[in-house]
Design a binder for this molecule. Structure first.
Ligand SMILES: Nc1nc2c(ncn2[C@@H]2O[C@H](COP(=O)(O)OP(=O)(O)OP(=O)(O)O)[C@@H](O)[C@H]2O)c(=O)[nH]1
Length: 901
């Protein structure tokens, strides 16, 4: 504000404001006994009977204005309200006019007192309804929500020369109202001072400098001249002419801001005129004219012709949209306070900025309100989600998308409904801010939900694949009746579908952040990783199964090869298949061939099954390499089992016995004393002994070298993992780090063990030899024929006695019959065999007895003293008894003669 204008508005008597704007002590006014508080507790509805004092005579703005508007239900009206102010000299019947026009109850001066009644600025809502009154005509109401401001009169005796308040209040009324009623007596028209022309000039000037800088952004106002005590002698049109001329003249003499030098009064103001008869002298006419005047405040007059420099000014409507200040009703009190604050403090007043400030204030308020409702819906969900995360079990909140969408739409819609009435730029900015706040929380919620969906999706997928594999295993046995790759593909499809559904459910149309493509990619990636891990486990299981198969196959075939050793002829070949007959020498060749063949078959099985897992060539390569390594371990274990001391000794014994006890044709030998038992024994023993060095090392017969194990196992694949490598037993000659050489790896029996085995085998062979020898000596000799002749000659008498004795003869006959029956029943064979067996048994027993007898006679040959020494010293012997048959003392001397019995 320029210094001049500031000075003008303060009337050159700028007074410091007393105290704070809103005194803490209750400042209330008692106007004709009516209580109208300005600060402290808001007034009740009853106390608002006379309206509300917007600004008191001490220039304090009423902070409870909004309470009054709330009571009168103006707040929700939005733009649907109008504001009218009245301006004029003191006691010119302003309050009377307003009370008649709008049914307000502003205090009116008593006819006799003639002193100022209205102090400060008062406001009241319209309480009347003016129809155009015609009988049968349609009742047409006044515009809704008309707010009327009764401003303290000018030229007041009470204020004296101090024009500060009247200028400020006039400026306030002009800045906030759509219609400014200028109330003048008829006789004042044409008078400069009486018609407030001086005051109007100052107000126009400051108004122009402060508020009307940009006429495009400032709404126009209507100056409505109501001429009181119109006698009727001078027509209203003449009075209008005079007033317009005066106003135009005032306008031309105004000091205008730069750029507005050529502006005209009609650029900013419209005019309307009305005249009322004398209230006291023509009371009836006065009432009728006021009624008529009231109809001009009807809403439908908006559509009528614009009041201008024509007849419309005299009877047209007053509420035109272009006069509206576009301040929503709920923001009016804040706006009015801001304007008053600017006026009182002489700040450069910029109405558009004021409107922006108001918009900011209100939009923030609305934003807070809508966020409360938003919070109520969203906070519990946020807590639920946070709880899930804290407990390590993120939960998927059902129906979250719907709640999110609804809350967001409601918040933004409510904000738009309330806030869109305010300054567009500010509203748009604040809406963006609100969207930002809402979206930040919704985004976090949505991401939490996606992460929960991700986690549970991966867990479900893992579980589903594992379950399907288990089911497949049960159904299909050990070979696996299922296709792993197919299961993974199917479950992956399901998981991705579910994730997409969940994500799609969270989509908020119009929110650019509401996307899930990246999350979906991450989810698919993790599913891939999980599949790879599960496939790895599955491959291991497959490897274990194949290994087990190798173990059982090798167990059988290697066992068979070793069993062939026991036959002593290297086992039987299969001549009918053209196979080379097996020999002991090529034992290792056969074992190696069988081993390599078995592993080859296992590799084929592994490769075949691995294909159904969709395993990569690298994974298969690792699997095969591990299989070869492990198979060698299996073979090694089997070999160790076969050459375990007891087992191998048994095999060697069988081998030896086979060579010793059977001839070349495989027929068992019966030793005769004449046979070359020693020769056979030596040959068989030597032959079997050659097996020990053969068995002690794994060597191929052709090359006399260990099998090409390192080449056969191959180099470890590059993709072999550390863990894979660690759980493998090292192989000498293959694993470079290990100290063992290939030669050591191929040693089946150590040197010491071989020697020990040789010694034990020899002992055992000796035993067999001795037995053979004995059996040769103990063989039954043939009975010579002459022995039978001798038997007949010597037993002739006995034969004859039997034949002659009837009892013996009868017994003989019975024997003959029994023999015949036996013959006819073909029982001779079995009986003979029984007899033979019994004979054999008897023979064995006889032999045993004979041996005992021979051993006994040998013992008998030993001196009795030697035998006696066998007994324990403590035993009671003849030597230890004295002549009387009693035992001698322990320490007693021995009689040398007693040694001989
Ligand atoms: N002559 C005349 N007197 C009127 C008219 N209307 C009201 N009065 C009288 O004028 C006196 C002042 O009336 P108010 O309505 O209190 O006037 P005011 O302009 O509101 O006065 P302040 O609020 O004190 O400025 C009262 O005694 C009314 O009876 C009118 O139309 N003509």
């Amino acid at each position: 504000m320029s210094a001049i204008s500031a000075n003008r508005i303060n009337g050159g008597t700028s007074r410091p404001q007393a105290g704070s704007r809103y005194p803490t002590a209750p400042s209330s006014l008692t106007v004709n006994g009516h209580f109208a508080p300005i600060s402290g507790e808001p007034a009740t509805e009853e106390q608002h009977e006379h309206g509300v004092q917007v600004i008191d005579e001490d220039k304090q703005f009423n902070p409870h204005l909004s309470t009054y508007l709330k009571h009168k239900n103006i707040i929700p009206a939005g733009f649907n309200y109008h504001l009218i102010s009245v301006f004029g000299s003191q006691s010119t019947g302003k309050s009377t006019l307003l009370n008649h026009l709008f049914g307000t109850e502003f205090d009116v001066m008593s006819e006799t007192a003639r002193k100022q009644t209205t102090k400060g600025i008062w406001m009241s809502v319209n309480k009347r309804d003016h129809s155009d009154g015609g009988a049968g005509s349609e009742m047409r109401k006044m515009a809704d929500n008309i707010l009327v401001m009764d401003v303290e009169g000018t030229d007041g005796r009470e204020r004296g020369e101090d024009q500060d308040f009247e200028r400020k209040s006039a400026l306030f009324a002009l800045a906030t109202s759509e219609v400014l009623i200028v109330n003048i007596w008829e006789h004042q028209v044409g008078l400069y001072q009486g018609a407030n022309m001086g005051l109007l000039k100052t107000v126009f000037e400051v108004n122009l400098q402060l508020f009307l800088k940009d006429k495009n952004s400032t709404p126009r106002s209507l100056l409505f001249f109501v001429i009181r005590d119109h006698l009727g002698t001078t027509p209203l049109s003449n009075l209008r002419e005079t007033l317009i001329q005066d106003l135009t003249r005032i306008w031309t003499t105004l000091s205008k801001p730069k750029g507005l030098e050529n502006s005209r009064i009609e650029d900013y103001f419209d005019f309307a005129f009305s005249a009322l008869p004398h209230k006291i002298l023509q009371p009836k006419n006065f009432i009728t004219e006021v009624e008529k005047l009231g109809t001009r405040f009807r809403e439908d007059y908006r559509d009528s012709k614009k009041p201008g420099l024509n007849d419309q000014e005299l009877d047209g409507g007053v509420f035109l949209p272009e006069y509206h200040r576009r301040i929503p009703a709920d923001g009016f009190s804040v706006y009015a306070e801001g304007v008053w604050d600017q006026i009182v403090n002489n700040k450069d007043l910029d109405l558009p900025t004021q409107q922006e400030l108001l918009a900011q204030f209100r939009c923030d308020e609305i934003s807070r309100e809508v966020l409360v409702a938003f919070d109520e819906a969203i906070s519990p969900l946020e807590s639920q989600q946070a709880d899930g995360v804290r407990l390590g079990n993120p939960t998927i909140i059902p129906g979250l998308g719907d709640v999110m969408r609804e809350s967001r739409t409601n918040a933004i819609k409510d904000f738009e409904t309330e806030g869109s009435r305010y300054h567009k730029g500010v509203f748009t900015r604040k809406r963006t801010e609100l969207e930002g706040k809402v979206d930040t929380r919704l985004k976090a919620l949505s991401q939490g939900q996606l992460s929960a969906a991700h986690k549970s999706g991966v867990a479900d997928f893992t579980q589903a694949v594992t379950a399907a594999v288990k089911f497949g295993q049960k159904r299909g046995g050990k070979g696996g009746g299922y296709d792993f790759a197919e299961i993974v593909e199917r479950e992956k499809g399901k998981a991705v579908g579910k994730f997409k559904n969940e994500s799609e459910g969270l989509r908020i149309v119009g929110a650019p952040w509401s996307k899930y493509e990246q999350e979906l990619r991450l989810f698919e990636k993790e599913l891939g990783e999980v599949s790879a891990r599960l496939r790895g486990e599955e491959m291991r299981r497959l490897a274990t199964r194949v290994e087990r198969w190798v173990r059982s196959r090798l167990g059988e075939s290697i066992g068979l090869e070793f069993n062939k050793l026991g036959s002593g002829r290297g086992g039987s070949g299969a001549p009918e298949t053209g196979e080379k007959p097996a020999t002991e020498k090529d034992l290792w060749d056969r074992i190696w061939t069988t081993f390599a063949k078995t592993v080859r078959e296992a590799e084929a099985i592994f490769t075949e099954r691995a294909r159904s897992f969709d395993a990569s060539p690298e994974e298969v390569e690792v699997g095969l390499w591990r299989l070869r390594r492990k198979s060698w371990g299996v073979l090694k274990a089997k070999l160790e089992e076969e050459v375990m001391e007891g087992n191998l000794l048994l095999k060697l014994r069988e081998n030896f016995e086979d060579k010793f006890r059977y001839d070349e044709a495989g027929v068992p030998r019966i030793w005769r004393p004449t046979d070359d038992i020693e020769g056979a024994y030596t040959r068989a023993r030597e032959s079997t002994l050659t097996l020990i060095p053969l068995l002690s090392r794994f060597r191929l017969s052709e090359t006399s070298a260990p099998p090409p194990l390192p080449e056969w196992v191959g180099v470890p694949p590059a993709s072999l993992s550390q863990a894979d490598e660690e759980d493998l037993t090292p192989i000498g000659g293959v694993d470079e780090d290990e100290g063992k050489s290939l030669e050591e790896e191929m040693t089946v029996l150590s040197e010491t063990k071989s020697q020990d085995l040789g010694v034990r085998f020899k002992k055992m062979a000796d035993g067999v030899y001795v037995e053979a020898k004995r059996s040769a000596i103990g063989g039954v000799a043939q009975v010579p024929l002459y022995f039978y002749g001798l038997l007949l000659a010597l037993g002739w008498n006995e034969i004859w006695a039997v034949l002659r004795n009837p009892i013996y003869f009868l017994f003989l006959i019975i024997l003959a019959i029994a023999a015949y029956v036996t013959y006819t029943l073909n029982l001779w064979g079995p009986m003979l065999r029984m007899a033979e067996a019994a004979g054999q048994q008897a023979l064995e027993m006889g032999k045993e007895r004979l041996r005992e007898f021979l051993d006994g006679s040998e013992i008998a040959r030993r001196p009795i003293r030697e035998r006696a020494a066998d007994y324990d010293d403590d035993a009671i012997s003849l030597q230890s008894l004295d002549g009387r048959g009693k035992r001698r003392g322990i320490g007693g001397e021995r009689d040398e003669d007693d040694d001989e019995i």
